[in-house]
Write a protein that binds this ligand. Structure first.
Ligand code: FE2
Length: 187
């Protein structure tokens, strides 16, 4: 299996068996199709070596220079300081190396001391923090710490926000439904 396939399989296995993940995994792509990527790191990747995680985190860190790291927002959304500490890379979906128009999967990276303000999207989402305990907020609930390994589901259009402290955050995400390449609505 190629590197993208192995990473995607690692993501799949990380959530396999979680009831909340079943609808996402039902649409998981099979087959050898691959989409060309333009590898490139982002400033947030400088915290990859600080991530404390298991074999999947280590594999993602090793592969990071060969992945295409992306940002959905511009400086006009949350400011330049946010863009310095935010990025994601997709393994499965409309843009990543493994094509799917049914499900998207990848990892979000946040540096320390950053707030990802409240946003929402049509897609249903499941996050699984892989490294770093950040504060997570859903709807009007207060921010609360979520440790790695705890799944965080977001129904369509439910606002959510994250805030990191001293640790960077690496979190697996799954999307399904709606436009899988849509920019989130900012609240
Ligand atoms: Fe989200």
């Amino acid at each position: 299996m190629d590197e993208a396939g192995e990473l995607a399989e690692g993501l799949r296995q990380a959530v396999a068996g979680m009831a909340a993940a079943a609808p996402f995994l039902a649409d998981w792509p099979e087959g050898p199709a691959r989409r060309a990527q333009v590898p490139g790191l982002l400033p947030v990747c400088r915290w990859l070596p600080d991530l404390a995680g298991g074999p999947l985190v280590a594999a993602l860190c090793r592969a990071a220079p060969r992945l295409e790291w992306r940002q959905t927002y511009g400086a006009g959304d949350f400011g330049a300081a946010f863009l310095d500490r935010y990025g994601w890379t997709e393994l499965v979906g409309l843009r990543g190396p493994i094509p799917s128009d049914r499900v998207a999967a990848g990892v979000l990276m946040l540096g320390p001391g950053v707030t990802y303000p409240a946003h929402s999207h049509q897609a249903a989402e499941l996050y699984l923090p892989l490294a770093g305990t950040a504060l997570w907020q859903k709807g009007d609930a207060p921010f609360a710490p979520v440790a790695p390994g705890t799944p965080i589901p977001h129904d369509p259009w439910v606002p959510h926000a994250m805030q990191t402290g001293a640790e960077p955050l690496l979190a697996l995400y799954l999307w399904r439904g709606g436009d899988l390449a849509a920019k989130s609505r900012i609240h």
